[in-house]
Write a new protein. Structure first.
Length: 411
């Protein structure tokens, strides 16, 4: 006869009892029964337990307004710039400022030799006095001729000539008054003032140099550096793409945006600025649009012409969804995918469309809906269709579970 364990491969061994080797004693049968019980016991100890479902941390996707940050190159420009030029000709007698210092509007910078202009004022004053004296004589003569002409004691033409001479004398007084005012203005211009308040550069002319009115080269330059402008360059193609994307996703463009600067040495500028306007034209030479931002510069750290990087929110997309970069993977074709907590706590893979990175997150424009649970922790232990134990991302790890408990949780 054959016993129940008389099958090849039963727990790693086989017993075949042939007719020739059948037991003939009761004691030998008991021995075989004990041996079979030990074998069955050993087989039961080697059966592996079912693997527990892996733990996976997830986030719940929410739709919200997301600012679209952009980083663009730019250069600083002075808030105000004035090239100081003389308005009269003459020799510079003195330079009255310290190069590189702050000067104030109206402060005298240069003194030009005023001798000729003082003489012009004196001459104009004398001419005015002569005109005033002539006017007095002409007016008196005209007043005297008036009653005589009425009595026909003098010819009417003589009175007419006297009246015209009086009027010409009045005009001569007005002309000489204007000439005197011009001479005084020219005399005042011998003191060259600061047109604006700001930091003055080096002087391009020294004491004793001859300067002329309307000369091409300035005496010096003054720049107002607090506040200061930053001219930001953006490709017209990028701007067009942004506007089309906003139109399709119902985004908005803010009237002004806060800007942060990164300096040439890689450090961040301490003060935020604000975008004031964008030019409504494209530079044909560079294919770029200029945006101008204004920044406070109380310490004078920013100087005109410095290269900077400007980061700001150029627009806001409505109903945007952010997913941590750790939760997004790429397939062999480079398509973005995420793993979701599906029905029955089973892993589900889904393809998504990503637009850009915002900080440590991806901006997802398609493939997800609000309320989806995206796995962002423990992705290396999860496969599509596999049961998992979902917990909110960042939670403390759950205690390990045996196969029986894991099966009940997965269900």
């Amino acid at each position: 006869m054959h016993l129940p364990f008389d099958r090849p491969g039963f727990c790693g061994f086989s017993y075949a009892l042939t007719k020739a080797s059948r037991p003939t004693s009761f004691s030998f049968a008991l021995f075989l029964a004990g041996t079979a019980a030990l074998a069955l016991s050993a087989c039961g100890e080697k059966r592996p337990d079912p693997a527990p479902a892996p733990e996976a941390g997830y986030i719940v996707v929410q739709a919200k307004a997301v600012p679209l940050m952009i980083e663009l190159p730019g250069r600083t420009a002075a808030f105000e710039t004035s090239e100081v030029r003389p308005q009269v000709s003459g020799v510079i007698q003195a330079r009255l400022f310290t190069e590189g210092a702050i000067v104030h509007q109206g402060e005298t910078l240069y003194q030009i030799d005023p001798s000729l202009y003082r003489a012009s004022v004196s001459q104009a004053q004398a001419n005015l006095q002569a005109a005033q004296a002539a006017r007095e004589a002409a007016v008196v003569k005209a007043d005297r001729y008036k009653p005589l002409a009425q009595m026909q004691a003098v010819a009417q033409q003589d009175y007419t000539d006297a009246l015209a001479a009086a009027r010409q004398a009045n005009a001569s007084v007005a002309q000489n008054s204007a000439a005197l005012e011009t001479a005084r203005i020219n005399l005042r211009f011998t003191r060259v003032p600061a047109p604006i308040t700001g930091r003055i550069s080096r002087s391009l002319f020294t004491t004793g140099a001859l300067v002329t009115s309307g000369q091409a080269e300035p005496l010096t330059t003054i720049q107002r550096l607090d506040p200061i402008y930053v001219d930001i360059q953006q490709s017209s193609a990028d701007l067009l793409q942004l506007r089309q994307a906003l139109a399709s996703h119902k985004g908005t463009v803010p009237s002004s945006a806060a800007v942060r600067l990164k300096l040439e040495n890689g450090t961040d500028y301490a003060y935020p600025g604000k975008v004031e306007f964008a030019e409504e034209m494209v530079d044909p030479a560079t294919g770029a649009v200029t945006l101008r931002a204004r920044f406070p510069n109380p310490q004078g750290l920013l100087l005109p012409g410095m290269y900077v990087r400007a980061e700001f929110s150029q627009a806001t997309t409505q109903n945007g969804m952010l997913v941590p970069q750790a939760g997004v993977s790429r397939d062999v074709q480079g398509h973005a995918t995420v793993t979701l907590v599906g029905p029955g706590n089973k892993a589900v893979s889904r393809a998504i469309t990503t637009d850009r990175t915002i900080g440590s997150n991806w901006l997802v424009t398609a493939g997800l809906k609000p309320g989806d649970k995206v796995v962002v922790e423990g992705l290396g232990k999860v496969k599509p269709g596999q049961p998992l134990r979902p917990v909110p991302a960042g939670s403390q790890p759950l205690p390990p579970q045996d196969g029986k408990n894991a099966g009940s949780d997965a269900g």
